[in-house]
Design a protein around this ligand. Sequence first.
Ligand code: HXC
Length: 257
Amino acid sequence: MTYETLIVETVGRVGLIRLNRPKALNALNSRLAEELRQAFAQFDQDDDIGCVVITGTDRAFAAGADIKEMAPKSFIDTFKANYMANWDSPARSRKPSIAAVAGFALGGGCELAMQCDLIIAADNAKFGQPEITLGIVPGLGGTQRLTRALGKAKAMDLVLTGRMMDAVEAERCGLVSRVVPLDKLMDEAMKAAETIASMWLPAVMTAKELVQRAHELPLAEGLRFERRAFHAMFGTEGQREGMAAFLEKRPPRFDEL
Ligand code: HXC
């Protein structure tokens, strides 16, 4: 696959995707969304990949969906094409992903980051849902994932005013997992990804699914689902190896399973 809008590489057991439309501040267009879908599908199928990192440039993770592409569209165009319905690759992927965010993560850019399982932000990151300033509303989870992640008070503030929040505020309100100096962003994100990728992949995939379900299920159903998944772990070689390693006071050899 030749990518035009992404740079895709593999670093050990980590799949690394760099959004690569720097002149347009990595604005997300249909081509980029399709390439993201293919990159994630490639990593999902690859047993040697345990975690994916998505990043942009120091200036922008992504400044939103491409306004030049969207501007001429009519309701019927977007409705018939089910526009953006498949722009959900990180959420759909069964493997965990980390958004390493520097600079602007606005509109669809913020929504793309929120689809990832962790957001690690540089201290220059700016998050926001400015769609309201364009006469539209968010369309890729900005009213739903943001509200579940931050609660109504912050979500209403961001979605109705379109203002940006900085990395400190984003960490304080629970949108991002960690804030680090810009020059440490990729080291920190890759280190976190390598740690995740060193765990037993089926347990990692199950853990991701369980936490995702916490957003979707009532508590009693979620707890039941979690307990079943927990029981299932005892039928796996990951549990045998992980617990044997602890008892034998040695590191687990998940890579040999
Ligand atoms: C297309 C964009 C763009 C976008 C920036 N650019 N954002 N092009 N779509 N979303 C382009 C600019 O047109 C410009 O190209 C170049 O990137 C640099 O941007 P500037 O505006 O010159 O930079 P700056 O003055 O530093 O301002 C940065 C900015 C501003 C604050 C991020 O660009 C901005 O407000 N962008 C739009 C943000 C936004 O509204 N995002 C939400 C989009 S709607 P040229 O060629 O003109 O020099 C959305 C809907 C999501 O995301 C629905 C689900 C996906």
